[in-house]
Design a protein around this ligand. Structure first.
Ligand code: HEC
Length: 453
């Protein structure tokens, strides 16, 4: 065992221990989970290692396709026990929940910094919201933004005891840390279907707020100017947006409380003039912005401004700027290929494989390359690599074939699995490499040499 490999296995050990400490021991598996795990061991370890399955993450539809594919392979083999359809269903469910896949990346840019550092923001995912109940339906914890982004790995980040609502509409909500009460500066993305692929949602926000006396006389009305700007332009020009004012909203009834009409922001801004009779003086009011001609349903792209108190004689100017883009597709994906995956060599020689690792996703990513199940001395170089989207890197795997004596006693071939795993998106791919030692029947050699003399 060389030094490098020793270090690697110590690190792997610590990881396993800390994972058990965090979840394994304290958590009791549900009956369905226990069945699924047992079926996996029973049916899925005879042709390739369990790692093939447990390192993979797929959508429910992806797992269904794989399990059916594997069940067909098993059905074609006389030496393996068939998987009944009922057991296939249990396996699919188990894999979808425990090795499910969806990555939702939320990036934030507070362009004006009026709301403080990005780290004061949090994001969470919602599903199945009903209009008028906009703060229910949250199925992940609130995750605080670090390094300008939040990455939800589903189902890992699902709230305790919950399940990712695969195939349901989900949407992202962002808010300032700790403020679970509505209204607050709050932004909701367009909904997307969870489980079809990975998503990225980028938000950029800025808001300016200014309140000034309207003059020396205290006038019995107030003017509120709302200007809108979409920096990304993804949602068209500001005239495709409308705005209205709200007050007295209770959490759980967020689309109630509107006291003005919806007014389209024709030239990018809307001026509300509130008279003495219809303005809720002294109360907190807030602005809501939405696309024109949309029904009043939630969720939809929706933006709620920071609340302020309406005072007679004061004019308020507020400007909200935002940017939002969504990427729907394989954000994180990887391909590992080996043009040559079987090789032979004499005892005490080294066989070298050249693999290609490609980042086939839409984002840059760190990949860790690991080797599993090796009996013979194996080395992988490099063990981790950062690849921009579309980039590839060569991975070199060397296998040392042992001496002839060891080959005779322990077997002449060693099959190993090389796996590349993305750190953020958890996309993975693996290849099997089979190396065999050739034993020369040296007993004939001296005979030949002697007759030549
Ligand atoms: C009869 C042998 C056999 C059994 C048993 C078997 N597999 Fe496979 N499996 C294969 C082969 C062969 C491949 C490679 C196929 C390929 O890459 O096209 C594979 C590849 C895979 C892959 C990687 C390719 C993919 O579709 O993502 C996964 C995951 C997988 N198997 C999961 C399972 C599961 C889960 C079970 C148990 C239900 C199972 N296997 C049982 C033969 C088997």
């Amino acid at each position: 065992m060389n030094w490098k490999k020793y270090v690697v296995s110590v690190v792997a050990f610590l990881l396993v221990v800390s994972m058990i400490g965090a979840s394994g021991v304290s958590q009791t598996l549900s009956a369905a989970d226990a069945d699924g795990a047992a079926l996996l061991e029973q049916h899925c370890a005879s042709c390739h290692g369990l790692g093939r399955t447990t390192n993979a993450r797929k959508t429910p539809a992806g797992w269904e396709a794989t399990v059916i594919d594997m069940a067909n392979r098993i059905a074609n083999r006389d030496d393996l026990e068939d998987i009944t359809e009922a057991d296939q269903a249990i396996l699919i469910e188990y894999l979808a929940v425990n090795h499910g896949l969806a990555t939702v990346t939320v990036t934030l840019a507070d362009m004006g910094l009026e709301f403080g550092a990005i780290e004061n923001w949090q994001a969470s995912l919602y599903a199945g919201a009903v209009a008028g109940e906009e703060t229910s339906g949250r199925f992940t914890d609130w995750i605080t933004v670090t390094e300008d982004a939040v990455v939800f790995s589903l189902p890992v980040h699902v709230r305790e005891g919950g399940e990712a609502p695969w195939d349901d509409y989900a949407y992202v909500r962002i808010r300032r840390e700790g403020e679970d009460v509505y209204p607050t500066f709050d932004m909701v993305s367009d909904p997307f279907t969870l489980g079809e692929s990975d998503y990225a949602v980028h938000f950029g926000i800025d808001s300016e707020y200014k309140s000034e006396p309207s003059g020396t006389l205290v006038l019995p009305w107030a003017e509120i100017t709302v200007s809108l700007e979409d920096w990304g332009g993804e949602f068209g020009t500001p005239d495709q947006w409308e705005t209205s004012l709200y007050t007295g909203t209770v959490p759980g009834d967020e689309t109630g409380g509107r006291f003005t009409d919806w007014v389209a922001a024709d030239d990018g801004s809307v001026v509300f003039q509130l008279s003495h009779e219809d303005a809720p003086w002294g109360e907190e009011i807030y602005i809501r912005v939405r696309p024109v001609d949309r029904v009043d349903d939630y969720p939809q792209f929706d933006l709620v401004g920071r609340p302020f108190t309406l005072e007679q004689g004061y004019n308020v100017e507020t400007k909200i700027t935002w940017q939002r883009t969504a990427v729907d597709g394989a954000l994180y994906d990887v391909e590992l290929s080996a043009p040559v995956s079987e090789a032979k060599g004499a005892p005490e020689t080294t066989v070298t494989y050249t693999l290609t690792l490609s980042n086939t996703g839409a984002e840059g990513e760190w990949f860790d390359v690991t080797v599993c199940c090796d009996v013979w001395e194996t080395e992988v170089v490099p063990e981790s690599v950062w690849l921009a989207a579309g980039e590839s890197e060569t991975i070199t795997v060397t296998v040392e074939i042992p001496d002839a004596g060891t080959l005779k006693s322990d077997g002449v071939c060693d099959t190993i699995t090389i796996t590349a795993l993305g750190r953020v998106g958890r996309a993975s791919d693996s290849v099997d490499l089979k190396t065999c030692g050739t034993i020369i029947q040296s007993i004939f050699l001296p005979l030949v040499m002697r007759s030549a003399n």
